[in-house]
Design a binder for this molecule. Sequence first.
Ligand code: ZN
Length: 226
Amino acid sequence: MAGAPGAAGPASPEQPAPEQPPPGGLGNEQKCQLMLLRTLQTNPYVKLLLDAMKQSGCAVSRERHFSCEDCLGNVSGGFDASVSQIVLCQNNIRNQAHMNRVVTHELIHTFDHCRAHVDWFTNVRHLACSEIRAANLSGDCSLVNEIFRLRFGLKQHHQTCVRDRAILSILAVRNVSKEVAEKAVDEVFESCFNDHEPFGRIPHNKTYAKYAHRDFQNRHRYYSNI
Ligand SMILES: [Zn+2]
C-alpha cells in the first residue's frame, strides 16, 4: 500500500498509547524492530531491493526510512511518500514471514518512487502501476498461487490475484470508487505486470529471489567493467 499519512494507512498521532509490554516479554515496537533487522539482513527479495536502491542513488537506512507504529484497522504497512518513510504496523505484523512480505512490498513502492517521478497523490494510474508491481513481485500472490496451482492448475490465478490486490490497495488509500480503481489497474496492467525491475523475473519464492539477486549483482559487475 502507498498512501498519504492518516489515509486509512499509517497510524495517526491521536491513536491511544500502545499497550504496555507483557512482563518478561518484548513490546510490539521492540519485536517489530528485531523482525525488521532480520528481514534487512537475511531476506533475498529485500537485499536485492536495497542493492537496487543504492545503485539508483537512493540508499535506504533503517533508522531514517523505517518507522514501527501502531496502525488503524488491519493495515500492515504503508509508504509515506511525503517523507520517504516506510511505516510498519507493529500491532498487525504477525511474524517474520509477514514482516518479510510487508517490507518487500513497501520497498517496491520506494524503488518506484526513487527511479521515476511518481505522482502518487493525483494520478491514480501511477499508484495503480506501483501496486500492480508490488503485488506481482513481493510474493504477496505467490504463496496462494502455489496452493491454487497445485490444487486447480489455474495458470491465470497469479494475474487475477495481482489485479485484485492492486485494486484493494488503491481503495485502502484513495477515496475513489471501485470502478475508478478497476479502470486504472486495467489501463496500465499489461505494461506494469511485465515490468519486473529490479528482479528481472517474477520471484515466485526465495530461491528465485536468490537467483535474481545474484543476477542483479552480476549485471552491475559487468556494467562497472565497461
Ligand atoms: Zn502497496
